[in-house]
Each structure stands twice: as C-alpha cells, then as structure tokens.
Ligand binder design. Structure first.
Ligand code: CA
Length: 229
C-alpha cells in the first residue's frame, strides 16, 4: 500500500506542482485548500504525512498543526513557510513539526524530506527484537510505542526516532550532526537547532524535572547522551 500524503495549501499551482512530484514517486496524495478542509480529511482517512502551508485562508498552518499534534501525534508534519522569521516559531515547542521547508523550494527536495520522514516512521521488520526496556522506560519497535512506567508517552515521529537512537545506544554521546544524520537521514540543510528543540520537547515529555534532566544529558561542547539505567 502506498503512503498517503495530505497537502494543505491554498495556492493551487503550488499544490499541483508538489502533487505531481509526489505521485511520480508512487505516493498517494490528498489535497486541501484550507486548514479546515485538511483537518476534515485527516479525521476521515489514514494519512501518513501532512505537508502544511502556514499562510492559509481561515485558520492558519500553526493552528492546524496544534490540532494535528493533539489529535494525531504520530502523523508526520512538514511545514511550508514563505518567511524566514517563521522558523523559530515553527521549531517552537508548541508545534512539534518534524521538518520544514522555506519557499520557494525544489519539489524534489520536498519529496526527499517526505521519504526521510517516512523512514523515521517505519516499523521494524519481522525477526528483530521488538522491545527494549531501560529502567522505567520501554520502547516497542513493532508498534512504535514508547512507555514510561508502563504509561504510553505520545511521541511525534521525530521524537520517537531520537528516543529509539538513544535507548539503543545507552551512554553514547551523540553530536547534533550525528543525530541529524541518523534521524533526519539526509544532508540536512537548515538549522541544527531543530535537534535542540526536539530534545527539549522530549525532556518535557519524559523527564520528571525537564530543566534538571536525569535521563537525557547535555554533553557540553558535544551534544546529548542517554544516560541509561
Ligand atoms: Ca498559502
């Protein structure tokens, strides 16, 4: 079954242009010309990745993203922005975007990012170990669920991938570049701050005291390390 991508963009020529490129790669594409319509589609269909423009009539992309993250935390979200000053907001803690692109962009680059995001969302193949436990934490690689004290912690696809990398490599200090390369999985053109933002979000979800983390340590001058239990 092909992955289903939802395009939320009011400008028809941009939408069509992206759609053609995604379909060429075998994706099944749904289109919405407003945020309201986009939410309607995602509530009815199984969407894997949402490509979400910020400037929309009615509710804007930020509002859509907030609702998405609340109702569908495990769906991948790539935001499109025309203004570079939006980047800090996009990467902000509130929205949990997996990736973003600044307009104008090469549609082939967007296709690469969609593929990379889908790789982050892939479940493991049969035969591998499904479950890793580490202290109060448990990761189920088959269902892509993450638990703390047996309670389901809802992670975005990107947060899950970082968590998986950590828990499979306890004690290892990762540089931001290593995390970017492993999790985003392509030559990342953009702000490595996206790693820090995701770490902050992860800490707020799994640490008892996020500002004084016990599990995800900052390794000064390097990056981050999962302390292990
Ligand atoms: Ca637009």
């Amino acid at each position: 079954m092909s992955n289903k991508i939802l395009l939320v963009e009011d400008e028809e020529h941009i939408r069509k242009f992206i759609k053609i490129n995604l379909e060429r790669d075998g994706f099944s594409v749904r289109e919405a010309d407003s945020g309201e319509k986009g939410l309607e589609i995602i509530r009815q269909e199984n969407i894997d990745v949402v490509v979400l423009d910020i400037m929309l009539p009615g509710i804007d992309g930020f509002e859509v993203c907030k609702v998405l993250r609340k109702e569908f935390p495990r769906v991948g979200v790539i935001m499109l922005t025309a203004k570079s000053q939006d980047i800090d907001k996009i990467m902000g803690l509130e929205y949990g975007t997996d990736d973003y692109m600044v307009k104008p962009f090469n549609p082939l680059e967007l296709v690469l990012r969609v593929k990379s995001l889908l790789r982050r969302m892939e479940t493991i193949t049969v035969g591998q170990v499904d479950i890793i436990e580490d202290g109060p934490f448990k990761i189920n690689k088959y269902s892509r669920r993450f638990y703390k004290n047996n309670k389901d912690v809802e992670l975005t696809p990107t947060e899950y991938s970082i968590m998986k990398l950590f828990i499979e490599n306890p004690g290892k200090a990762f540089t931001r570049d290593e995390i970017l390369n492993t999790v985003w999985g392509y030559d990342f053109v953009g702000d490595p701050k996206i790693v820090d933002v995701n770490i902050r979000r992860l800490r707020s979800k799994i640490e008892t005291s996020p500002s004084n983390p016990n599990y995800i340590e900052t390794v000064w001058g390097v990056g981050y390390r999962w302390k292990g239990n």
